[in-house]
Ligand binder design. Structure first.
Ligand code: FAD
Length: 458
C-alpha cells in the first residue's frame, strides 16, 4: 500500500496535484527526486540552475518534514533509479506529471515500459508546469494539435480558465524503511563552472514570499512599468515557475483576484508561458529546428559573438543586458528582446548560438520559453512579423530614457549623465576618456544590410 510521487518541475507542497493523487491512492507515499544524469549529459545542467535547484530541493525536504515526511533522493538514470526504489518500497504505482519536452516524453515512455515489466503502473497526470495544460485548448480543424498564433490561443485560454487550487496535504506518511539519501549541493548537481554572484534563493518558501510581496507592491503597477529597464518592475517569479516552486495555477488565480490593468497584463504574460509550452509539446523539434521560416545564411564571427557574450559590443544598452545576465543569471524581458534581436538580426548570428548562451546562464532557463522566444526574435518562430528589427538606440531611448539601466551595469560609463550614455562614440573630453569602453562592433546600417541581404530583401 505504497505509492511513489516522482517530483520533477513541481518542487512544492502547495497546489501539488501529483502528490495529492499519490496520497489518495496509497496509505504511504515516497516523495522521490532523482538527480537525473541524463539531464546533465544532455548539456542542460548549468551552475546557476544547479544552485537554485539545490536550494529548492532542500526547501521541499523541509516542507515535507513539516508534514511528517521527507524527500528521498537518488542519483543516476531516472528510470533505473525509480524502478529500483519502487521495488525497494513495494510500491504499486508511480505518479508523475506529464512533461512537455521530447526528453520528458521519452523518459515517460521508458518509465511506463520499465515499471510495467516489474508489474507496476506509471500514472501520468496533466502537466503542472503550465496553468492550462498543453492540448487542453486546441484550434478547430482536423489534425491541428497546437496554436501557432498567440492571440487566438489567449482567447481560448481565457475562456477555458484554470482549475481550482489544491491545499497542501496535512501529512505525508513515508515508509520508514526507505533510505533518504543525501540532498545534493550545487556542486553535486553541476561540478563544472561557478554560479553567478547575485542569484535568487531557490525554493517554495522564497517563491511564496516573493509572490506575496509582488501582490502587495508590484502587481498593480505592472502594466505601466513592465518595459522600464531601470525600474526593474517585473515580478522575477520566472525561476520559481520554471522549477515549479510556485504553481502557475495559484499565481493566475491570486493575480486575477486583484483585478485591474496590472493584473490583466501580468496574467497575459503567464499565458505567453503556456503558449510556448503548448507549441513545444506539439513540436518537440522546435527546441533546435526552425519552427516556421527556415533561414540558413547565418554568419558566425567569433570576435563579434564573444563581444556580445561579454557585454562589449559598444552598444551600451545591449551590453548592460548581457552583463546583467552574467551577474544575476537573469535579464529583464525587454533587454532579452533587444539583445536577441541584436545577435540574430544585426550581427546575423544563428539564434541557437544565443539560446545556448542563455541556457548556460539563465536561472529560469527553460527549453520552451527560451528556445521559442529566441525563435520569435530571430523571425523563425511564431512572430507574425518576422522581419521586424529592434534598433538598440531606439530601444534605449524608449525603455531607458535617462540611461539609468546602462549606468547600473556598465561602470565604464557610470560618469556620463542622461541619455548621452547611449551614444558614447559621440562623447568628447573626459566622458570619452572614462574607462576603456569599446567602439561599436558593427555599424547599425551595415547590420541592416546584412539582414536584408540574407533575407533576400535587397
Ligand atoms: P514578468 O514580467 O513578471 O512575467 C511574469 C511571468 O510570465 C514570468 O515569470 C514568466 O514565467 C512569464 N513570461 C513573461 N514573459 C514571457 C514571455 N515572453 N514568454 C514566456 N513567458 C513569459 N522566460 C523563461 O522563463 N525562461 C527562459 O529561458 C526565457 N528565455 C527568454 C529568451 C528570450 C530571447 C526572450 C526574449 C525571453 C525569454 N523569456 C524566458 C521570457 C521572459 O523574458 C522571462 O520570462 C521574464 O523576463 C522573467 O522575468 P519576470 O519573472 O520578472 O517576468
Amino acid at each position: 500500500d505504497v505509492a511513489v510521487c516522482l517530483f520533477s518541475s513541481d518542487l512544492r507542497v502547495h497546489d501539488q496535484p501529483v502528490l495529492r493523487a499519490a496520497l489518495r491512492s496509497a496509505r504511504r507515499v515516497v516523495p522521490l527526486f532523482v538527480v537525473d544524469r541524463g539531464v546533465a549529459d544532455a548539456g542542460f545542467m548549468a551552475p546557476n540552475r544547479a544552485a537554485f535547484l539545490a536550494g529548492s530541493l532542500a526547501a521541499l525536504d523541509a516542507g515535507l518534514r513539516e508534514r511528517g515526511g521527507r524527500l528521498v533522493i537518488r542519483t543516476g538514470d531516472v528510470v533505473a533509479e525509480t524502478r529500483r526504489l519502487a521495488a525497494e518500497a513495494g510500491a504499486g504505482e508511480v505518479h508523475l506529471a506529464a512533461g512537455v519536452s521530447g526528453y520528458a516524453l521519452r523518459r515517460e515512455r521508458r518509465l511506463a515500459d520499465g515499471l510495467a515489466e516489474d508489474g507496476r503502473t506509471l500514472v501520468v497526470h496533466d502537466a503542472v508546469i503550465t496553468a492550462v495544460p498543453p492540448g487542453a485548448v486546441l484550434p478547430s480543424g482536423p489534425g491541428r494539435d497546437h496554436f501557432a498564433v498567440f492571440t487566438p490561443y489567449f482567447r481560448r485560454w481565457q475562456a477555458e480558465g484554470v482549475r481550482a487550487v489544491l491545499a497542501a496535504p496535512r501529512s505525508v506518511p513515508v515508509p520508514d524503511a526507505v533510505r533518504s539519501g543525501t540532498l545534493p549541493s550545487a556542486r553535486d548537481l553541476c561540478p563544472d563552472g561557478t554560479p553567478s554572484p547575485a542569484l535568487p534563493e531557490g525554493g517554495e518558501p522564497a517563491g511564496r514570499r516573493r509572490f506575496g510581496n509582488w501582490q502587495r507592491s508590484g502587481l498593480a503597477g505592472y502594466q505601466d512599468g513592465q518595459d522600464d529597464l531601470a525600474g526593474d518592475a517585473t515580478s522575477r517569479l520566472s525561476p520559481y515557475l520554471h522549477f515549479g516552486c510556485l504553481s502557475p495555477v495559484e499565481v493566475v488565480h491570486k493575480a486575477t483576484g486583484h483585478g485591474g490593468a496590472g493584473a490583466e497584463a501580468f496574467v497575459r504574460q503567464l499565458a505567453w508561458r503556456d503558449f510556448h509550452h503548448q507549441v513545444l509539446a506539439a513540436r518537440h523539434d522546435a527546441a533546435h529546428a526552425d519552427y516556421r521560416a527556415r533561414h540558413d545564411r547565418w554568419r558566425y564571427d567569433e570576435a563579434e559573438v564573444t563581444a556580445w557574450k561579454e557585454g562589449r559590443t559598444g552598444y551600451p544598452v545591449v551590453d548592460a543586458g548581457m552583463r546583467q545576465l552574467l551577474h544575476e543569471g537573469w535579464m529583464h524581458n525587454r533587454a532579452r528582446m533587444l539583445v536577441a534581436s541584436f545577435l540574430t538580426k544585426t550581427l546575423y548570428v544563428d539564434w541557437r548560438v544565443g539560446a545556448r548562451h542563455f541556457l548556460d546562464l539563465l536561472v529560469d532557463g527553460d527549453v520552451a520559453n527560451n528556445q521559442l522566444n529566441w525563435q520569435w526574435m530571430a523571425g523563425t518562430g511564431t512572430d507574425t512579423r518576422p522581419n521586424r528589427v529592434l534598433n538598440p538606440l531606439v530601444q534605449a531611448r524608449r525603455f531607458d530614457p535617462e540611461g539609468a539601466y546602462v549606468r547600473r551595469w556598465v561602470p565604464e560609463l557610470a560618469g556620463v549623465e542622461g541619455a548621452a550614455v547611449h551614444r558614447p562614440w559621440l562623447l568628447t573630453g573626459p566622458g570619452r576618456a572614462a574607462g576603456d569602453y569599446p567602439e561599436p562592433v558593427v555599424d547599425l546600417s551595415e547590420g541592416l544590410l546584412r539582414f536584408k541581404r540574407a533575407r533576400g530583401q535587397e
